[in-house]
Ligand binder design. Structure first.
Ligand SMILES: Cc1ncc(COP(=O)(O)O)c(C=O)c1O
Length: 369
């Protein structure tokens, strides 16, 4: 019998978790605020998705479709997939958690990378596993470092491609090499939350890798380009037996009716999505060049945000820039928790927001310390 405790005690690992801290939303005392801290789209959701959301409000007394059929069908149609390989989640965060709970147990290891998305570590610990963090190279996921960290206890590998908060990506031939080098029972999670934004010939979100391998899954989100962060819509494309295992564990109604309806309408409105991609492609380049021209280092990004590195000079550090920008209503993301104590991440916003940040940072860099 276990020792008697004076109060309920969480399982080992739970209290090692540092709770996720979302991006700031407020700039106290500033009338107009531009929130560029959570990689949300400046375009909002498609009007068709908003209409579907409103219509879902007519019947709040009904349970949603536990299979999210309408949404899975829409995803399958747009991407040319079989619905049997698609599982939807309450944000992709839920799917990342389910993968850990299903494939990891006490003593098992999950590999994550130096600047990787913080949810992976949280979910590995929550499942009772041990996170093993490997170095990145030039702020980019390093396939060799991951392969070198594999042990007989490894059960899962998480990479975001493109990565957050760096905005860098791993080309498809490198992902193939990673898959080929992993033991067959290790599940490789390709988190492609920003895939829609990428414009590179050597990038592949994961559709092909999942189709041809039994140990690869891809997760996607509607929180970024589809503008449905508030509704929590994510999906996974994976082998049928992985989908089956997760289906046994998830809540029976994990997707709410509004999320199902709005998600389906959003993904079918690809004309709306293309506008968002074009805007992003234009502004990623403009913002990067503008910041470089005022002496800031920017990590080249293929996503909808840029990681900006500040000089290690009194009065010019990231914390100083953060305070200066916030006082003008521009909220960026501090990324100390990701291993970047002197950098800020800026999501691409409207033209007005982007020009505003450029003007403010130009003033910040030019002023005396
Ligand atoms: C790499 C990455 N994965 C997943 C997510 C979470 O997406 P969702 O809103 O679908 O839970 C984010 C959101 O910030 C992200 O940056």
């Amino acid at each position: 019998m276990s020792m008697e405790m004076s109060k309920p005690v969480p399982r080992p690992g739970i209290l090692d978790i540092a709770a996720y801290v979302p991006g700031k939303e407020h700039a106290p005392g500033v009338a107009r605020v531009f929130k560029l801290s959570s990689n949300e789209t400046p375009f909002g959701a498609s009007p068709k998705a908003i209409e579907a959301f409103r219509a879902a409000g007519e019947h709040l007394e009904r349970y949603p479709d536990g299979q999210a059929t309408e949404l899975r069908q829409a995803i399958a149609d747009i991407h040319g997939l079989n619905t049997a390989n698609i599982l939807c989640g309450n944000g992709s965060d839920e799917l990342l958690g389910l993968l850990c709970h299903v494939y990891l147990g006490a003593g098992d290891e999950g590999i994550i990378t130096e600047h990787g998305f913080l949810i992976y570590r949280i979910q590995i610990l929550a499942a009772g596993g041990t996170p093993v963090t490997v170095k990145e190279k030039d702020r980019t996921v390093d396939v060799d470092a991951i392969l070198a960290a594999v042990t007989e206890r490894t059960k899962i590998v998480f990479i975001a491609n493109p990565a957050n908060p760096t905005g860098t990506y791993v080309p498809v031939n490198e992902i193939r090499r990673l898959q080929a080098g992993l033991p067959k029972h290790v599940i490789l999670v390709l988190d492609a939350a920003y895939a829609e934004y990428v414009r590179r010939n050597d990038y592949e979100a994961g559709l092909e890798l999942v189709s041809s391998n039994p140990n690869v899954v891809m997760t996607r989100t509607f929180s970024k380009i589809y503008g449905l962060a508030a509704l929590r819509v994510g999906w996974m494309y994976g082998p049928a037996d992985v989908v089956d295992a997760l289906n046994r564990v998830r809540g029976p109604f994990n997707m709410n009716a509004a999320a199902i309806a709005a998600g389906a309408a959003a993904i079918r409105d690809q004309a709306f999505t293309q506008k968002a991609v074009a805007h992003n492609t234009l502004w990623i380049e403009k913002v990067t060049k503008a910041f470089e021209s005022i002496g800031l280092e920017v990590t080249p990004s293929v996503a909808n945000f840029v990681l900006v590195h500040f000089p290690d000079v009194e009065g010019k550090r990231a914390a100083d820039a953060d305070a200066f920008l916030t006082s003008r209503g521009y909220i960026l993301r501090a990324v100390r928790a990701y291993g970047f104590p002197n950098s800020l991440r800026m999501s691409i916003g409207t033209e007005e927001a982007n020009l505003g940040v450029i003007a403010a940072l130009t003033e910040f860099m030019g002023r005396k310390a």
